[in-house]
Design a protein around this ligand. Structure first.
Ligand SMILES: NC(=O)c1ccc[n+]([C@@H]2O[C@H](COP(=O)([O-])OP(=O)(O)OC[C@H]3O[C@@H](n4cnc5c(N)ncnc54)[C@H](O)[C@@H]3O)[C@@H](O)[C@H]2O)c1
Length: 313
């Protein structure tokens, strides 16, 4: 089993959960992150080694990635940033992933590349399996789709050992809360200010939301199972919810936890361009090959997240 591992983007939301999980599994975990965004290294277990650096710095990676068994590539610039800083997003998500794939090939390191369900675009059919076409609707999604191509190209031409994972929207503790954050923390931050959650578009667009502990469990299993190599796997809950319904659950759970009687009231703004309309992942392949089984229900996970947030505000 691989023991010396590096997680790029390991100070971010999913990366920090993954780092802590691998640490509890007794891996020697190093996190490689430029701290350009994300939730920061404060969420990492104290014995995890932190190295500040960028996946665009090939020379630095070459000096650090020696003697590593597995690289988990999670470094990313976020979807919302691809509207105002598309060049930076492409540079990191696309070219950066190319450099990580290249180093893993040169050093014969196994690569666990974390892509995204965003690469699919809006569902052409549902549930979306791994054979669903990649039809990105944003620069972010395009950068994730092309990052996968480099991984597969290195695999075909140079024998890289790799697994590609396509998580659907993940949520939970340590989610970023700034303007680039996802729906749940943004809804909650409005409620904390006694304001109504803001929905972009009609709110009828759907997502398949996965608790981050399930997401990292899927990534972990993909990295330890030999027959996962060469595969691409959806990591999702396998359930669909509209953004309107999601906002209602956040309001209800916030009301329950704070004993406030908040009326379900939502504000609507213009739809964001490129927003996918429907996402629902088929997880049968991950179930079969990775023994993946999501455990946390959406309501329970949201309740847990809000409790954590209330205790940490
Ligand atoms: N959060 C989700 O819902 C979700 C869903 C699907 C896929 N993903 C994928 O999961 C991975 C992690 O996403 P996340 O939500 O944890 O993101 P995040 O923004 O919380 O974390 C990303 C981390 O990457 C770091 N980073 C950015 N540029 C870097 C660079 N040049 N070099 C090194 N580090 C850099 C950031 O500082 C940050 O700590 C990404 O590949 C993302 O595409 C996330």
């Amino acid at each position: 089993m691989s023991k010396n591992v590096i997680i790029t983007g390991g100070a971010g939301f999913i990366g920090s959960h993954l780092a802590n999980l691998l640490d509890t599994k007794k891996f020697n975990v190093s996190v490689y992150d430029d701290l350009s965004n994300g939730s920061g290294k404060k969420n990492l277990n104290s014995n995890i080694k932190f190295i500040k650096g960028s996946i665009l710095n090939y020379k630095k990676m070459k000096s650090i990635f020696k003697n590593i068994d597995t690289v988990y590539n999670l470094a990313v610039l976020p979807l919302a940033m691809s509207f105002d800083k598309p060049d930076s997003v492409v540079r990191v998500n696309d070219y950066g992933s190319y450099l990580v794939s290249k180093i893993c090939t040169e050093f014969n390191i196994k690569l666990i590349h974390v892509s995204s369900s965003e690469a699919y675009g809006t569902a052409r059919y549902s549930k979306m399996n791994e054979g669903h076409p990649l039809l990105p609707t944003t620069i972010y999604a395009a950068s994730k789709a092309s990052s996968e191509s480099y991984v597969r190209a290195f695999e075909k031409t140079n024998g890289l050992k790799a697994v590609i994972l396509r998580p659907f929207n993940s949520y939970g503790e340590f989610m970023r809360e700034d303007g680039y954050g996802a729906a749940i923390p943004l809804f909650l931050n409005r409620l904390l200010k006694n304001k109504t959650p803001i929905i972009f578009g009609t709110g009828k667009q759907t997502r398949d939301l996965t608790h981050v502990s399930d997401t990292v469990s899927g990534i972990y299993h993909a990295s330890i199972l030999k027959n996962a190599v060469g595969g691409t796997f959806n990591i999702a809950q396998g359930k669909e919810i509209s953004i309107n319904e999601l906002a209602k659950i956040v309001i209800e759970e916030y009301s329950n936890l704070t004993d406030k009687k908040i009326k379900i009231n939502l504000s609507y703004k213009k739809e964001r361009s490129g927003d996918v309309r429907r996402h629902l992942g088929d997880i049968s392949l991950a179930k079969k090959i990775l023994n993946y089984k999501p455990k946390i229900s959406l309501r329970h996970g949201i309740n847990q997240y809000i409790s954590w947030k209330l205790n940490n505000t």
